[in-house]
Structures are given as C-alpha cells and as structure tokens.
Design a binder for this molecule. Structure first.
Ligand code: AMP
Length: 288
C-alpha cells in the first residue's frame, strides 16, 4: 500500500471538489489528476502510480461521461465497479476520488462544447462523430474542478492524448500533460475496461490487433517505408473470422495528418470490432 498524505475522501459534488482543490492550492500542494471512466485495470493503475510519484495530492476521477458516447454505443452497459475501483486506487495511494453523477456535470440546458477541429477529424473521430468533443469538454471541466498542476493519460488512447495536449496548449489551461505507455496482457492484448465484454473465443481473436501492429513494425524493420504497404501488412493480420476492421491508418505522430512515406515518427492506429466489442490499439513507428 502506497501511503497517501491526506485522509482519503470521496467527493461527488463538483462545487465541493473545486472548493477542496482551491484549498489544496492555497496550501501550496501540487495536485495530480487521473481522469478515468472506472472499471480500473493495470493501465489505469500505472497512471495512478506515476501520479503518486509526482504530486502531493492525487485525485482519481471516475465518470462514465455520457457526452462521449454515440446513440448506438455502450453507455448503458459500460462496466462499473466503484467499490472495487476505490479499493484498487487506494492501493496506489490516491488521496481523493471524484465520482460525480451525470446530472451534476451536465445541468439541464447544458450546451457548451470544445472542439479540437483538425485533430478530432480522422481515425476514431471519423467513426465516432462527437466523441472527441465530449472527451475534450469533460476533461476541461474536470481540470476546472480539480485544478491540477499535472494530469496523466495513457497512450492507449493516442488520438485522445493528442487532442488533450492541443486543447491545453490552445486554451492556455496551464496543466502539464503526461502520456504513459500502453499496458498489455502477457499475450499482447492492450488492457481495456471493454475486454470484459469478450467471450473466450473473441478474446483469442482480439490478439489480432497487437499482432497487426507487430506485423507492421516488422515490415518497417525490414526497410519498408511505403505507408500503403505497411498498412496492408497490418490489414492482412486482421483478416480473421469474427473481426471487422473499423480503420487501420498510419499518420504523422504529432499532427495525425496523412502521410505516404514513413520518414519521421508516425502512429499506426487501428480499431476493430471483435463481435460487438470495439477495440483500439496503436504503436508509434520510427525510422532510424
Ligand atoms: P478510460 O477509463 O478507458 O477512459 O481510460 C482512462 C485513462 O486510462 C486514459 O488516459 C486511458 O488512455 C488510460 N488507459 C486505458 N487503458 C490503458 C492501457 N492499457 N495502458 C495505459 N493506459 C491506459
């Protein structure tokens, strides 16, 4: 058990969180926030541990944010386990958990959204219209409430991380953004709260995602620089019964713009439906 320095507290009221955060700031304490939708796994816990090591006060937020789900997505059945989450998070030494109700975050008449216009267009933004406006907006709201000096995100959600970094820069939010590596199962599957949806057969099929990244990376290591050929290597690995590709794209690592040749760092990002479950994965590919 990593010791926290303050008595542990659960806050549900947004105004109470802001008041608490203002007090902590007045006391000169460095605040870290880790935003999540709960159902915590080792990926989330890696963020909490890094936060614990870098700040005086660690705030975990657990909020299944309705505005980032499309009408046909899994909002109502998204897995939840607040009690289990709090036990795991307390094991990582968090000081405070913010677990608001949706009605407290979005009062009747709510109508303000943040759009990171270019970065939200491709990849997951193309298949999930409105998703990133929901993400950017809730993260901005969480920053305004928790008043963090630093916030931790996973590279698992690569496009999300790029969007949050850009939002912070564009809106002068003054929060340091730390992005941390993807935590995987021993067999390569990226940890995700949605993995719980997978049947044993689907769990096997889902290994194609990380295998596709391996195949693309191997092509690059053999000297391949043509983006279409690298993407095709990933696509070929994903061609399995029970798996439907949403997208596979290799784009500039910073701007997420389309490229034709791999000449500078690029991100190979993919999304696929395994049964009814949509999974994502990515890897940054570099040439040396
Ligand atoms: P979520 O609860 O899915 O919204 O994720 C909350 C945070 O945990 C986001 O910053 C994610 O990128 C991060 N995260 C989710 N899965 C992983 C993983 N496998 N490895 C590292 N970070 C992750």
């Amino acid at each position: 058990m990593i010791p926290s320095r303050l008595p542990f507290e659960i806050i549900r009221d947004p105004a109470a969180l802001r008041a608490r955060a203002e007090d902590l700031r007045r006391d000169g304490l460095r605040i870290a926030v880790v935003p999540t939708m709960g159902y915590l796994h080792d990926g989330h816990l890696s963020l909490l541990r890094a936060a614990r090591a870098s700040a005086d006060v660690v705030i975990l937020t657990i909020f299944v944010n309705p505005t980032q789900f499309g009408p046909r997505e899994d909002l109502s059945r998204y897995p939840r386990d607040e009690e289990g989450d709090l036990a795991k998070a307390r094991g990582c030494g968090i000081d405070l958990a913010f677990c608001p109700e949706a009605s407290a975050m979005y009062a009747p008449g709510y109508q303000t959204y943040i759009e990171v216009r270019e970065l939200q267009q491709p990849m997951c933004g193309a298949s999930r219209p409105g998703h990133f406006a929901g993400v950017a907006t809730v993260v901005a709201k969480l920053f305004n409430l928790a008043r963090p000096h630093v916030a931790f995100f996973g590279q698992k959600d690569y496009q999300q991380l790029a969007i949050i970094r850009r939002m912070v820069r564009d809106l002068d939010l003054g929060v340091e953004i730390v992005g941390l590596p993807i935590i995987r199962e021993p067999d390569g599957l990226a940890r995700s709260s949605r993995n719980v949806y997978l049947s044993p057969d689907e769990r096997q099929t889902a290994l194609a995602l990380s295998a596709a990244l391996d195949a693309a990376e191997a092509a690059v290591k053999r000297g391949e620089r043509d983006v279409a050929t690298i993407v095709a290597a990933a696509q070929a690995t994903l061609a399995r019964p029970g798996l439907r590709v949403d997208y596979v794209e290799l784009r500039d690592a910073d701007e997420l713009t389309a490229i034709e040749r791999l000449e500078r760092p690029a991100v190979l990002a993919l999304a696929a439906f395994v049964g009814a479950t949509r999974l994502i994965d990515n890897r940054v590919l570099t040439v040396t």
